[in-house]
Design a protein around this ligand. Sequence first.
Ligand code: GTQ
Length: 369
Amino acid sequence: MRSESKPSPSAQERPALAAERAKHSEELAKVHIGPLWEIYRKVLTRKPARREVPHLWPWSLVRPHLVRAGELITAAEAERRALMLLNPATPSGFGATATLYAAAQLILPGESARAHRHSPAALRFVIEGEGAFTCVDGDKIVMSPGDLILTPSMVWHDHGNEGANPVMWLDGLDIPLMDSLRYMFLQEFETTSQQPQKPPRYSERLYGRALFPAGMGPGCSGVASPVWAYRSQEAQDALECLRRTSEPDPFDAYMLRYANPANGRDTFPTMGCRLQLIPNGAHTSAHRHTASTVYHVAEGNGFSVLDGVRFDWRKGDTFAVPIWCWHEHAAGGTDAVLFSFTDFPVMMQLGLMRKETFADNGGFQPVNG
Ligand code: GTQ
């Protein structure tokens, strides 16, 4: 370890110098100039400084508050009736992590959430209820539990519920990243809801199979996946195939990546989605990396150890794993399935991906809390 900067001998010899420096700093502040040496160590930390913390929001806590919100405000009044899952260490921010926003959204039978589009990209992972839809650029997509629905940046979308029961889902957006880039655009559609312009499930039927329009060669689509719905049944089926045909990854067990079929990349350039199976009794090894992730428990029970703290989870719970946070997962009692979204594509495309494996203690973190 190199020593921290100490007052130079000249400052110790001349106490007046310290006062002059302080006065200088004050003068600088008035004209919007700053001395680097006063903040150097605070900004250029030797490793990612802890800001966001690992945190878990139990569904047993979130759900009653969401139901209560349903009694207090209509979807029309709220624009979106969503409860944000805010990182406790940065409560004035918008995010569950530094880059990722997560929220639980409720839409009641008969309600509509008006059509709009915005620069943040959005994904929905359906938690409970049937009969809701998201209309994405004229494609009316009916949603069922476990489905993943995408609304890329600046694509029109509105939600509705034509079923008999409340529908709740997890929203994932790149709002904190867009906010840090000051890249925020929002536009309302002329009418509350879009008229479905396209055959139902058009994006799935045209792009979600191994058949593409002939004019659409590699790299021909935009930056986001042209497929706007990934169905629970298909994902579960692929996961089961993976389990039967491969060895589990030491850190991720059996993990699928929701791919953009046009280029093989992630769903969005800013957010990738994953679905992972932790078999009953399995316990993954700990690692950490520079991508941050929001996990949502799709099935089963278990726990994760996040920077030495054990978080027990069950179906419906959501938890945040910030940058450079040690994490390992275990399933108990039944198989567990974790859905997650991550800023991995951002870090990867910018050449910022770094990883470390937990070498001591057989790959498991000592648990402190
Ligand atoms: O459903 O379009 O949680 O625009 C935050 C902003 C959901 C949405 C959110 C949004 C939406």
